[in-house]
Write a protein that binds this ligand. Structure first.
Ligand code: PBG
Length: 326
């Protein structure tokens, strides 16, 4: 028998105030983390060619960045370092006076209104561009761990509010947790890059951070984009080892993973809207092919709908401005 009655879904869409009233997901400035590349040297503000609007900045430009974030109400910054010198073991990453450690101290001296997240990795500091120590042409897991621990501890000593290890070694959360606890940093949370895929979407970041691997790729430590169950195992290990936040990265192509991680783990889930996702939008909008603001707000809202509580994005400043004008 044909159905004579049907649901009137459009009733709840019939005015903008009604749509506001029934909206399920809200993107807020409090959700945002702004990634910043701090570079050794003086008076540097270099635009990254593949990421228009994103700059490598030296410490003498850091205060301006911080003031801008504060004025926009953005609660958090994620720091990446670009050192002058690199070596086999990435010693710049755990130098107490390394570029990120100096940047953290400088920000902390200026304000307590900005959460400083330190990316804990070696790839920007190693001559070969890999995220650990090389043995037999591959990254040696257990030899790399102590260097990641040292990096995290020096970042905490400098005043980092959150440690975000992105190296994808097995056991990195357990070891870093232990290292932080033993050094008096029991109170410092770990935001783990728990689910990090070996993704082509990181290409522009590697220009910005000057961290392209000099041989091979990262597929023996970052995950295969085809895998879902493995992501659940990665997330479970990190929770077991003491992670306080879980990052899923990249975001856009991995919305299913964001949702599943959120369903399984009652911790804040972080989506990393990565460099390639940024560059694609920028390129198309510079060509006049898309409406940048509408596209970015739609994408980030979708990440929240998928289950992200927090979003790391190079668009953070733009989004904060757009939300103010809404
Ligand atoms: C370091 C690191 C990377 C990103 C964040 N931390 C690069 C990589 O693994 O090659 C990528 C971020 C982005 O693409 O925006 N391990």
């Amino acid at each position: 028998m044909a159905k004579t009655q049907f649901d009137r879904h459009r009733r709840l869409r019939n005015s903008s105030v009604m749509r506001r009233f029934v909206r399920e997901t809200d993107l807020k400035v409090d959700d945002l983390v702004y990634p910043l590349f701090v570079v050794e040297g003086e008076n540097i503000k270099n635009e990254v060619s593949s990421m228009p609007g994103v700059f490598q900045v030296s410490l003498d430009h850091l205060d301006e960045e911080v003031e801008e974030l504060l004025s926009l109400g953005i609660p958090s910054i994620l720091l990446f370092g670009v050192p002058k010198e690199k070596d086999e073991v990435g010693s710049g990453a755990y130098d107490p006076n390394g570029i990120v450690q100096l940047a953290i101290r400088q920000i902390k001296q200026k304000t307590d209104q900005l959460l400083v997240i330190a990316d804990t990795c070696l790839c920007e500091y190693t001559s070969h561009g890999h995220c650990g120590v090389i043995e037999n042409q591959d990254v040696d897991n257990d030899k790399s761990l102590p260097l990641h621990v040292k990096t995290a501890v020096t970042q905490a000593e400098a005043g980092a509010d959150i440690i975000a290890p992105s190296n994808m070694m097995d056991g990195f959360v357990a070891e870093i947790r232990k290292g932080l606890d033993e050094s008096g940093f029991k109170h410092i949370p770990i935001m783990s890059y728990a689910v990090k895929y070996a993704s082509a979407f990181y290409g522009p970041f590697r220009d910005a951070a000057e961290s392209t691997p000099q041989f091979g790729d990262r597929k023996t430590y970052q995950m295969d984009p085809a895998n879902r169950l493995e992501a659940m195992r990665e997330a479970a290990s990190d929770i077991e080892e003491g992670a306080d936040f879980l990052i899923v990265k990249p975001a856009l192509s991995y919305m299913d993973i964001i949702r599943e991680v959120k369903n399984q783990h009652p911790v804040p889930v972080v989506a990393y809207n990565v460099s390639g996702e940024y560059s694609m939008v920028k390129a198309a909008s510079l060509k006049g092919w898309i409406d940048e603001q509408a596209i970015v707000l739609e994408k980030l809202t979708s990440m929240k709908r998928a289950g992200a509580d927090i979003i790391i994005t190079y668009f953070a400043k733009d989004v904060a401005k757009w939300l103010q004008n809404k």
